[in-house]
Design a protein around this ligand. Sequence first.
Ligand code: BGC
Length: 474
Amino acid sequence: MQLTKDYSTSLIFKIGFLAALAGLLFGVDTGIISGALEFIQHDFQLTVVQEEMVVASLLIGAVLGTLISNPVSHYWGRDRALLFSAIIFFSGSILSALAPNYYLFTAIRLILGIAVGMASFSAPVYLSEVAPKQIRGTLIALYQLMITIGILLAGLIDTYFSYKGSWRGMFSTIAVPALIMLIGTLFLPRSPRWLMLKGKKEEALAVIKKIFTNSVEINKEIQELENNLKRTQEGWSVFRLGYFRKILGLGFVLQFIQIMTGMNTLMYYAPKIFSLIGFSTPPERILATVGLFSLNVIVTILSLFIIDRWGRRPLSLFGLAFMMFGMLCLGLGLNTEVYLPLRNPLAVGGMLSFIFGFAISLGPIVWIMCAEIFPLRSRDIGVMFTTATNWIANAILGGFFLSVMKWIGPSYTFWILAFICVLSMLYIYFFCPETKNVALEMIERNLLDGKPLRYLGEDLALSAPQAKPACKQA
Ligand code: BGC
């Protein structure tokens, strides 16, 4: 992250910390279930469908949360939407730890999901409105990193409590980061863009003066805000515009690919997969899962350094090749016809290869691209719908994965995911634009000119030197 004396480093750290916490809670709340599931299943005597509902309830809530987050943050402000989600995170964590039965537990997870969905929309939007544009892209990538750290933290909490067999301990512990986020959001500056939208120009100026220390930057920022406000956000009427539907289609498919290639089958059900390959005790299985989660964090850090060098397309194709190979091997490793001593290395190697491929590519790239591809006037609604797609796909995958695995067997299930990786590579090769080093304005111009999706960033060679800083905008 490049911090210069043009803006207040301490305030940016405070804002970054918030992004960290919203991302962290997103990760913790989605990740905690992997280690808790078998204890909940045992305590509440769940059927396979009920187990799937325990996982899917949070994801369905997240779809609802994403859809209401736009109006909530429009009326009360992005920071208030975050505060609202922190309150739900905190109370939901405690209530889920106390839930007396499956029905109440599932209902509370659904409400917690609303907080996850609201945070997953509001935090990146808030960041893109408050942070200096030079570091907006980096902050979104860091947000993804914090999601992976949250998942890892959930794995560590799961490991600790798995020795005591206490899923209630797992859920009550995650109230701690939720409380820190709740207190943190109370001290956040309001978004200057939102303040301007509400006609509170003086307050907006005060925030800008706190963020920027250099008077030239302050004036530039005010000018930019005023210009941007002239291009107010479109409402639902935006769906009548052909170019919006086209770019929304790209965002939908990217989010769909990110989820349907199967990363979260490993995130939510890794201990189950480890039990299929002979890890016999819950702590053993959860510890192995923590190993996977750690790899996810390490490779995501690596990706931060290469995304802007390699570009989105080559890195996505590279990552998808590892993901496809990983799912193929995992399917072989879970196949009883395969020579026994080879099965464990194939399954474990397959999972590692898949996670490496995902974390280096689709994990961060899809979130960054969805923040880059929409014209400014329709960005809120575009990001809202693509984020909702992510959660819908997640709910479908989380909700049906165990049943499909029971129905067609684990090998075919993972081979289908490998096939989806191949289809995804074809889609990216033929339709996905390269947005590395391309000014967002150029993407917008190309889109309005009716250029095919694949060529939306085509002036890259001509404009790369001047456009380079603008690619960081979100
Ligand atoms: C995805 C999540 C996933 C996480 C894993 C995110 O980009 O949206 O669904 O669990 O990456 O690191």
